[in-house]
Design a protein around this ligand. Structure first.
Ligand code: NAP
Length: 274
């Protein structure tokens, strides 16, 4: 990478960001396409992220990804945003800022990659979790399925997530087994199963024979949820697919080209195993 005064700068901002795989992913694609740009991780610890993000406009960033906990602030800071939670910002030629949410569509891309016929197979979804990621994924699925049942440890959050979605429904956390038995697509969208946050014994034995199982956790890449799904012979989709495809959509918003998801997967698997 040859950084000069003309090199364009992009970043992921959030708290924390030191663990982020986005710099490896985007700098790999920047090199693949011979673009004069560099992508860095910038920690933003702030109670007023909306104003801090607005101030970034004056620094000539080419674009940013925004991660936890600033996605709402990013959408609010943008002059226009396609959703009220934004994980991508793009600075336009007139100085204005556009916000996008590529998390949900990134999940759909990963789903299509692993199960191309999912639109014909999936009518009922079990969404385990009701945090920011679950809500983003559910919003993208909403137009394509009959029902999305949210099961979340904190029930009120499940109700809030289901509210306003045509397909949104709620399921009690202690009724997961019934949810597994009814779903064509089961999405594990909590932080359970992440390093340091062990998962419970999922009731995978109850899942339908043709169910598709997706975990959005990617550290570790091979989670207990995915192992249980594979053990039943079900389609098991890891969290790296969503990460890569949301990133690919962001890259396209900034540079107008869709980068190679396969190359990113190779690089990120190497990074995760080192
Ligand atoms: P979040 O808004 O903080 O939500 C966390 C979710 O996990 C909530 O539903 C929470 O339930 C649940 N949870 C946490 N600890 C739990 C426990 N011990 N028992 C039961 N439920 C528990 O976080 P998020 O942004 O949605 O992210 C969730 C996970 O998705 C993280 O692991 C994140 O790394 C991953 N993620 C992956 C991608 C990707 O591209 N693959 C993108 C975004 C996020 P309560 O509401 O009860 O607290």
């Amino acid at each position: 990478m040859n950084i000069t005064g003309k090199t364009r700068v992009l970043a992921v901002i959030g708290d924390p960001v030191s663990h982020s795989l986005s710099p490896i992913m985007h700098n790999g694609w920047i090199a693949d396409h011979g673009i004069d740009a560099a992508y860095v991780a910038i920690p933003l610890v702030s109670e007023d992220a909306e104003n801090e993000i607005r101030a970034m406009c004056r620094f000539g960033f080419a674009g940013v990804n925004v991660t936890v906990p600033h996605k709402h602030a990013a959408a609010a800071a943008a002059d226009r945003s396609e959703a009220n939670v934004a994980n991508v910002l793009r600075w336009e030629k007139d100085g204005s800022v556009s916000g996008f949410n590529t998390d949900g569509v990134g999940f759909l891309d990963a789903l299509t990659e692993a199960a191309p016929d999912w639109r014909m197979r999936v009518k009922r979804v079990l969404m385990i979790g009701a945090g920011g990621a679950a809500v983003g994924v559910a919003a993208a699925l909403n137009a394509h399925v009959d029902t999305i049942h949210f099961a979340n440890r904190t029930h009120a959050r499940a109700e809030a997530a289901a509210d306003g979605l045509r397909a949104g429904r709620v399921l009690r956390w202690d009724d997961l087994e019934r949810g597994f038995g009814a779903a064509d697509l089961i999405v594990q969208a909590t932080s359970l199963g992440m390093e340091g946050n062990p998962a419970p014994a999922w009731p995978m034995a109850a899942a339908k024979p043709g169910a598709i199982c997706a975990d959005i956790v990617y550290r570790p890449l091979d989670t207990e949820f995915l192992r249980a799904a594979r053990g039943r012979g079900l389609v098991a989709i890891d969290g790296l697919g969503m990460l890569i495809h949301q990133g690919a959509r962001a890259f396209e918003h900034w540079f107008g080209v869709r980068p190679d998801a396969g190359k990113a997967r190779e690089r990120l698997i190497e990074a995760l195993s080192s």
